[in-house]
Design a protein around this ligand. Structure first.
Ligand SMILES: Nc1ncnc2c1ncn2[C@@H]1O[C@H](COP(=O)(O)OP(=O)(O)OP(=O)(O)O)[C@@H](O)[C@H]1O
Length: 481
């Protein structure tokens, strides 16, 4: 019997084939706290040198499948597991623990924060290299190679927790690569990377598979992986609904009408400059925003996008410059006072979700503005497609669903300005469109929407203006759709 904490039934149904990286045979899994299975009768074999991309809507079971393929589902999660999982010729439960598994499988999760534990970037990467019994010269050579391919060399002395979201993902990737495991499983590990960095990662993964490694990548930007991936698997409701050649997943965005034109200025940033120690994150940035417009902010990882938007709701104070909201300088105002007008959805939704049901999560924010109305909370859940999840614990939602819950929290508060830091992370094309439909509706009602995004196509299609940032500067402001 395989061992998870509460496994009720599982069999070693097929021989754990030596030389076959991963075999799942009729795998089903239901998490301890869930009523429905996250995986339902999934059978698949991952062969040497394959580059498999896994797609599917949020909540389809992709993360659970990634956990099954890497074996951690057996060692680190409680639930009912059926069928068998074998990895590199052994059943998953024959590995002693996750550390034992990590000699065969490198795993990169969507939440880079959860896997970066050391005090410097260099330590994160060195730790993997030092487990491989290499000579000091080889370690130094490999370290340089990894810095070059992941573009992390300039960050080597920095503390991982104080990096931008995309920089953290690059470091998590570098740490996983340093182990050179035969199998690599990446769960939305590129979701916060800029477009250029994503392409570099796909090239790198392809070069690994050319050398016989097996790569499984859970990814929403499936179109960008064409030409690199060798196989595509699509999941829906925990079941494999497509397993074959990579194909372009088409979704034709219906037009979303804009029924009003942008009005007067509501918010302006004037000459904002912000340093984090040695790092000049914002350098003399001035921008204005009007009522009834959607503005997209694009830029490479670490270009200052998050730092900029955190100044607009008072979470960060500038070293120089100021922010004017509805004609008043916000300097000296409390964050809770500014929050009556400006809502911010963070890059990582988990930093703002802590209640034990989705409805309570929304009511928490509404209480703070003196309007704890359950009907408003439920309406916001329906608007983001989570109408059936009012009593579900946010921790049991998928990343994409948590992202939508975070939007619902802000939606219910009905603030004049809504800022979303990467609102479509973890969402597929259809779901991203749904979010944009909600945001466009808010825009048409006269609200101001700012969204930081790494999806240029989304920005072009739905925003009124596009701001481009580079190394703490605004390099361009242009019209969108
Ligand atoms: N708390 C912090 N302490 C130190 N440096 C920080 C901190 N937060 C951000 N930085 C640095 O400031 C710069 C801008 O970071 P910011 O998070 O604003 O970038 P970003 O454009 O949002 O990046 P991404 O696309 O990766 O999310 C980066 O060099 C980053 O490492």
């Amino acid at each position: 019997m395989q061992k998870t904490r509460t496994v009720t039934k599982t069999e070693h149904t097929v021989p754990a084939l030596a030389g076959t990286p991963i075999v799942l045979d009729h795998v089903g899994f239901t998490y301890q706290a869930a009523d429905t299975p996250s995986l339902d009768d999934v059978s698949l074999t991952v062969r040497e040198g394959e580059f498999i991309v896994i797609s599917g809507p949020s909540g389809a079971g992709k993360t659970t499948l990634a956990r099954a393929l890497s074996g951690v589902l057996v060692h680190a999660y409680g639930g009912d597991l059926t069928g068998s999982i074998s990895i590199a010729g052994k059943y998953a439960d024959e590995y002693e623990d996750v550390t034992d598994l990590s000699r065969q499988v490198g795993m990169v999760f969507d939440d880079a924060d959860a896997q970066l534990i050391f005090t410097t970037v260099e330590e994160e990467i060195l730790t993997g290299l030092e487990t491989r019994g290499l000579s000091a010269d080889e370690v130094a050579k490999k370290l340089d190679e990894i810095y070059t391919i992941t573009c992390t060399g300039h960050l080597k002395d920095r503390a991982p927790h104080a990096l931008s979201g995309g920089q953290k993902q690059r470091v998590a990737m570098a740490a996983a690569l340093s182990r050179e495991t035969p199998i690599l499983v990446l769960d939305e590990a590129t979701s916060e990377l800029d477009k250029n960095a994503r392409r570099q990662v796909y090239m790198l993964l392809k070069s690994l598979t050319d050398r016989g490694h097996s790569v499984v990548l859970v990814e929403h930007m499936t179109g960008e992986t064409l030409g690199y991936a060798t196989r595509m698997i699509r999941l829906e409701n925990g079941r494999v609904v497509y397993d074959g050649e990579p194909v372009a997943e088409t979704f034709t965005c219906p037009e979303i009408p804009k029924t009003s034109v942008p009005g007067e200025t509501i918010l302006s940033a004037e000459h904002l400059t912000h340093r984090f120690g040695e790092v000049l994150a914002l350098d003399d940035v001035s921008l204005t925003f009007a009522k009834g417009e959607i503005v997209a902010i694009l830029g490479e990882n670490g270009s200052g996008k998050t730092t900029f938007v955190k100044h607009l709701n008072g979470l960060l104070c500038p070293d120089c410059g100021h922010v004017v909201l509805n004609g008043e300088d916000i300097t000296g105002k409390s964050v809770s006072e500014i929050a009556k007008t400006v809502g911010l959805v963070f890059q990582n939704p988990d930093t703002m979700l802590f209640e034990n049901t989705c409805e309570r999560e929304i009511l928490f924010g509404l209480k703070n503005v003196g309007n704890p109305d359950p009907a408003a909370a439920r309406a916001a859940l329906v608007a983001v497609g989570l109408g059936g999840k009012a009593h579900v614990n946010p921790r049991h939602l998928s990343r994409g669903e948590r992202q939508r819950l975070a939007l619902a929290c802000v939606l219910a508060m009905d603030q004049q300005i809504v800022i979303m830091d990467e609102p479509t992370t973890g969402l597929d094309m259809q779901e991203s469109y749904e979010i944009m439909r909600v945001l466009t509706g808010m825009r048409n009602a006269g609200k101001t929407i700012l969204m930081v995004t790494h999806n240029p196509a989304l920005a072009e299609k739905f925003s009124d203006r596009i701001v481009e940032m580079e190394a703490g500067h605004v390099t361009a402001v242009r019209g969108g759709a």
